[in-house]
Design a protein around this ligand. Structure first.
Ligand code: GDP
Ligand code: MG
Length: 184
């Protein structure tokens, strides 16, 4: 996180936000949809892009979100501490059509808490909401878990774009609000 001194803080917020969750839940596609309005039907999108910087407007002010995506290392449960370092926000993603990815959330949350040196603003994201017939995790279950863990909650679809911007913007806005309160 780079936070400038009071007198010049209007446009220079830079928030590091990490995407975490099991393999193939749609992390890379959420980022592709948010940053470039693109979608990849085949799972080849995870090719080493470390992070992408995206401008977000909050209360008429421009904030930069530096969004980190895994390069597939979550497959081996080998996300390194460098990935988490300095993160102030996180999208904790599961796939509503694969129960197992929802059951992994506790473990990802533990890992996030272990590796991060501050309170990370976190949103629980149930992705692939377009797969209505294949749903294995109800909205109520997602909500309940988020409430129990003190997380924001949203269901998204990177395929049909539903709620994708909201997911990222919720995190950015909350970080912004916390920081502006501290400064003032
Ligand atoms: P990652 O491993 O978490 O980065 O997942 P990817 O973004 O690579 O996506 C894994 C697979 O799920 C790909 O085949 C995507 O096309 C597909 N996918 C991602 N998001 C969605 C979504 O919202 N709806 C549907 N139906 N498929 C999705
Ligand atoms: Mg990926």
């Amino acid at each position: 996180m780079a936070l400038n001194t009071e007198e010049e803080q209007t446009e220079d917020y830079l928030f590091k936000i990490v995407l975490i969750g099991d393999s193939a839940v749609g992390k890379s596609n959420l980022l592709a949809r948010f940053a470039r309005d693109e979608f990849y039907p085949n799972s080849k999108s995870t090719i080493g892009v470390e992070f992408q910087t995206q401008k977000v407007e909050i209360n008429g002010k421009e904030v930069k979100a530096q969004i980190w995506d895994t390069a597939g290392q979550e497959r081996f449960r080998a996300v390194t501490s460098a990935y988490y370092r300095g993160a102030v926000g996180a999208l904790l993603v599961y796939d509503i059509s694969r129960r197992q990815t929802f059951e992994s959330i506790g473990r990802w949350l533990n890992e996030l808490q272990t590796h991060s040196d501050m309170n990370v603003v976190t949103i629980l994201v149930g992705n692939k909401s377009d797969l209505k017939d294949a749903r294995e995790v109800t909205t109520a279950e997602g909500k309940a878990l988020a409430e129990a863990q003190g997380l924001f909650f949203i269901e998204t679809s990177a395929l049909d774009s539903s709620n994708v911007s909201s997911a990222f913007e919720t995190v950015v806005r909350e970080i912004y609000n916390i920081l502006s309160r501290k400064v003032m």
